[in-house]
Design a protein around this ligand. Structure first.
Ligand SMILES: [Ca+2]
Ligand SMILES: [Ca+2]
Ligand SMILES: [Ca+2]
Length: 161
């Protein structure tokens, strides 16, 4: 029985064999698979791969990342794209008044409205709160927001996919 490549790679870098790739384990993977990443690039890579924002990479999250041929290129942002993400982060933080890293449904909907007004996203259809809340904790963290913006292709206009 052959294991899919993504599973083999996942198992290889799940160094403590606990079924998830931690951020430290991800660093090891990156050291061997990507060209040198800056801290900022690594921060973004984490946000990009860890779609539910629980600070570990599940196999599903990893497999989704791994299936793209240009995985590491896709995960790299140029300066303009970084600026877009920074701006989204700033708006997110402005709503996250208690600094919990999470927005409730109301705050999230207002945030989406702001992103639209700021021209950062082009449209807002298909925002199903329950699907966006991948961690199923009733609130949206930054990683979930980014995953949703990528999944609904609203960041396509900036070449972020
Ligand atoms: Ca692990
Ligand atoms: Ca995760
Ligand atoms: Ca959540």
């Amino acid at each position: 029985m052959s294991m899919p490549l993504s599973r083999r790679v996942f198992n290889k870098y799940d160094l403590d064999h606990n079924g998830t790739i931690s951020l430290d384990e991800l660093k090891v993977l990156c050291a061997e698979h990507c060209s040198q990443l800056t801290d900022r690039e690594f921060e973004w890579l984490k946000t990009y791969i860890d779609k539910d924002g629980d600070n570990v990479i599940s196999y599903d999250e990893f497999a989704q990342f791994w299936k793209s041929k240009n995985r590491f290129a896709n995960a790299k942002l140029d300066d303009g794209q970084m600026m877009i993400i920074d701006t989204i982060m700033k708006i997110f933080r402005a709503y996250d008044k208690d600094k919990s890293g999470e927005l409730d449904k109301n705050e999230f909907l207002q945030l989406i409205d702001d992103l639209l007004k700021a021209g950062l996203i082009q449209r807002t259809q298909n925002f199903e709160f329950d699907e966006i809340d991948r961690s199923k904790n009733g609130t949206i963290n930054f990683n979930e927001l980014i995953a949703c913006l990528i999944e609904t292709n609203v960041l396509n206009g900036f070449g972020i996919e």
